[in-house]
Design a protein around this ligand. Structure first.
Ligand code: SAM
Ligand code: SF4
Length: 338
């Protein structure tokens, strides 16, 4: 079951367009043990450590947001599991009163070792990125990843008893679009969900021309219909995903389509980067520096709280993806927090 965040959930965070902000995604680090071709440059440079929020500062940000009515927090990155002591952070956030659920997104490389501890820390659901089931191709897309380790991680996540596991696959034409059926079959065999993501123009990458590899959700859906029946559902997480059930299986297939379908009118989320920048919208550069406020007023949470409330009034109506080359965002996805 998708956890639905209802329109009536009480929150102090309502923007100019009446959207209720109940979902916070936090990038806990910009660092990563992979270098996926759509996400970062091969020689990606990372922020100096003192510019990253400490784990205590991240916990304070989460506490303040939950105090303002946020019900769901996702820890992401970069790769959240490379951050030292991230389990401590998970336990802190999971225990916040008022929070409905803590979830994470990971590349899965360290899950074999950590899955049980992550579940015990209070994480209810987990998203694992998986773009290919072919080891060499997996390595080419992630530049560093070891498919076998990620598959062991998925097994460990299954054994750890998460309430739900979802795979995320970014589909690129001529790179992995011929694996769409295999990826869904894999999800069906494991009894887990899968979402397909259209590549977003987040960060300049020299590796490929994004227009040339674009593979739309509509094409993915039509490819899938050669083998699977897809029954639309009304489930929503207030985000860009649309979901379908595969009858006779446990699997739900999602399509995250920032290009081909606009999803902004019911957006319920904001993001905080690893450097503490609050991004009211994934698709715009605009940000508020929470780190500055945290470090200027370490004892006074009301300052942080007021700044967050004010920032909601600057949440734009929508993203600007697909409006020409000028609209490509400068920050990479590892900074933004996917
Ligand atoms: N490292 C973790 C992982 O890969 O799952 C969490 C962070 S990653 C930035 C989160 C998600 O964003 C991943 O599923 C990844 O495939 C996706 N992603 C990264 N860059 C993207 C892009 N340019 N367009 C669409 N999705 C992207
Ligand atoms: Fe790392 Fe995730 Fe970006 Fe891949 S998509 S480079 S795993 S942060």
């Amino acid at each position: 079951m998708t956890t639905e965040i209802t329109d009536s959930a009480p929150t102090a965070l309502i923007d100019r367009f009446g959207r209720r902000i109940t979902y916070l995604r936090i990038s806990v680090t910009d660092r990563c043990d992979f270098r996926c071709v759509y996400c970062v440059e091969p020689d990606q440079r990372f922020a100096p450590r003192d510019q990253l929020l400490s784990l205590e500062e991240i916990a304070q940000v989460a506490r303040t947001f939950v105090g303002l009515g946020v019900r769901k927090v996702r820890l992401t990155g970069g790769e959240p599991l490379v951050r030292r002591n991230v389990l401590w952070l998970m336990r802190e956030v999971a225990s916040l009163s008022g929070l409905d659920e803590l979830v994470i997104t990971t590349n899965g490389a360290r899950l074999a070792e950590l899955a049980a501890q992550i579940r015990a820390a209070g994480v209810r659901r987990i998203n694992i990125s998986l773009d290919s089931l072919r080891p060499e191709r997996f390595r080419r897309i992630t530049r560093k990843g070891d498919l076998a380790a990620v598959l062991r991680g998925i097994d460990a996540a299954l054994a750890a008893g998460f309430e739900r596991i979802k795979l995320n696959a970014v589909i690129l034409k001529h790179r992995n679009h011929d694996e769409i059926l295999d990826l869904v079959q894999f999800a069906v065999n494991q009894g887990i969900n899968i979402s397909f993501i259209e590549e977003m123009p987040v960060g300049q990458i020299g590796e490929h021309d994004r227009a040339q590899v674009f593979y739309s959700s509509d094409r993915i859906r039509s490819d899938l219909r050669s083998r699977f029946q897809l029954v639309p559902t009304t489930e929503t997480t207030g985000g860009p995903a649309r979901y379908y059930r595969v009858p006779g299986t446990e699997t739900r297939v999602g399509f995250i389509s920032p290009h081909s379908h606009n999803f902004c009118s019911d957006c319920n989320r904001v993001r905080v980067t690893a450097q503490g920048r609050l991004l009211p919208c994934l698709g715009q550069e605009q940000a508020l520096d929470l780190r500055h406020i945290l470090r200027e007023h370490p004892e006074d949470e009301t300052k942080l709280s007021q700044a967050i409330r004010d920032a909601m009034q600057h949440k734009p109506k929508g993203h600007e993806f697909g409006r020409g080359a000028d609209s490509v965002l400068l920050r990479h996805m590892n900074i933004t927090g996917g």
